[in-house]
Write a protein that binds this ligand. Structure first.
Ligand code: URA
Ligand code: CA
Length: 442
């Protein structure tokens, strides 16, 4: 087999055989195929697509390109994965709650990517927290505590690592087969048996239209189902930051506030819903409704916050943050951003908000950049809220006055006000299970 004939076949819109897919995935993982030929093939796939069988074959070959774990965690290993959001710290809320209900959450998370935040970067704002753990220690913590959150091991799905880095710089990220195989190959390799996917849609999402988000959710659910995983996907709105806090330490603070019962709203609602699905798919609850009851009980009893303390301590972090959020890094410049006009907050460019936080130092512009854990902002208004001139729209947490001023301008530019009342943004759109797409209205 040679790579030119594989590129040629996909360029002409033909379906690739399992052997052809295995061949280029192997060449990506072991470095025998050069970047330019892989990039050319990726663009052919981006333009001509892949059918369901090809996408499933690509997923399985990428999963098998490195180690395949099958950890004994004392229960069904369950994982949740989001396609990337802004102010979305669902993992830090639901992992401890699911663990408190008896679930075994085996969570490998990413770092921030583009305008989206990453759970691993957020956790590192806690003093002492270790996010790179040897596999055995990771598995032991999941077994004992019920949840652990670590970075993606370099030994898992190395083909995806290579292809993802190429996609990032060749305009080939936004492809259903490439995203689906990228996400699921890593989940399969990590040994997750039950998987809940949170596919974002809207101005802050990878896939901006509802149709393309549902197509991505369906593709992933089909692959997972055929691979023998219990898999469910939720399509959820990303028209505005999910929680009110955007930034690493700020989002950890918000997760703690939610678990302590001090904060409510869309972040909590989404975490409860996804957590209930995790309990159902891992067999801890018989139905989603029973899962929801268990999640709420774990929240109200404080058992969820207790699990977060245990998880932080087990990973070497200072668990006192759970009782004293003032121990988290704090920015030196904290200033309000006020509305210059009255009206209803109608629309947000959520990607622009994520980029504003990134430029303040909450994310990386270059791969080698070091994250500033303290910076970001707290939105005080949501889409649909009435705003008077002079109202505080958001509170900026910046390293310098200049950074606060630049970020303030960017946030203002990302908000659209209307003279007439505007509806709230939708939170949940659809629940996708094997063979079924059900409407959700929340
Ligand atoms: N997250 C991934 O891991 N891969 C993608 O392709 C997109 C989001
Ligand atoms: Ca504006």
């Amino acid at each position: 087999m040679d790579i030119l004939s594989v590129i040629e076949a996909k360029k002409r819109g033909k379906a690739l055989s399992r052997e052809e897919i295995a061949y280029f995935v192997r060449g990506a993982a072991d470095g025998t195929l050069p970047d330019y030929q892989l990039a050319s093939l990726l663009m052919a796939i981006r333009l001509n697509g892949m059918d369901a069988r090809e996408t499933a074959d690509l997923t399985m070959e990428m999963a098998a390109s490195g180690e395949m774990l099958s950890p004994d965690v004392g229960g069904v290993p369950v994982d949740k994965h989001s396609t990337g959001g802004v102010g979305d710290t669902t993992t830090l809320v639901l992992a401890p709650l699911v663990a408190a209900c008896g679930g075994k959450v085996l969570k490998m998370s990413g770092r921030g990517l583009g305008h989206t935040g990453g759970t691993i970067d957020k956790l590192e704002s806690i003093e002492g927290m270790r996010v790179e753990l040897p596999e055995q220690e990771f598995v032991e913590i999941v077994k004992k505590v019920g949840c652990a959150v670590v970075g993606q091991s370099a030994h898992l799905a190395p083909a995806d690592k290579r292809l993802y880095a190429l996609r990032d710089v060749t305009g080939t990220v936004d492809s259903v087969p490439l995203i689906a195989s990228s996400i699921l190959s890593k989940k399969f390799a990590s040994g997750a048996k039950a998987i809940v996917l949170d596919v974002k849609t809207g101005s802050g999402a990878l896939m901006p239209t509802l149709e393309s988000s549902i197509a991505l959710a369906k593709a992933m659910v089909d692959i997972g189902h055929h691979a023998g995983r219990r898999i469910t996907a939720v399509v959820s709105g990303m028209e505005e930051p999910l929680g009110s806090h955007v930034g690493n330490a700020l989002e950890v603070k918000e997760a703690i506030d939610v678990l302590a019962g001090r904060a409510k709203g869309p972040l909590l609602d989404t975490a409860l819903f996804l957590g209930a699905l995790m309990l159902e798919s891992s067999g801890v609850a018989k139905t989603r409704e029973e899962g929801m009851e268990k999640m709420k009980a774990a929240l109200h009893s404080g058992a969820g916050l207790q699990k977060l303390r245990e998880m932080i301590a087990a990973q070497g972090g200072d668990a006192r943050v759970c009782d004293d959020v003032s121990l988290l890094p704090k920015a030196p410049v904290i200033v309000p951003l006020r509305a210059r006009e009255a009206g209803w907050l109608q629309k947000e460019d959520c990607t622009a908000l994520g980029l504003a936080a990134q430029r303040m130092g909450a994310g990386r512009v270059k791969k080698s950049d070091v994250i500033d854990p303290a910076v970001g902002f707290v939105m005080e208004k949501r889409i649909g809220d009435r705003v008077e001139k002079g109202d505080v729209l958001c509170t900026l947490h910046a390293r310098t006055e200049e950074s606060a001023s630049t970020a303030g301008d960017a946030v203002l530019a990302a908000l659209t006000f209307s003279p007439a009342p505007a509806p709230k943004a939708r939170l949940l759109y659809a629940l996708v299970t094997p063979g079924c797409v059900a409407d959700l209205d929340m």
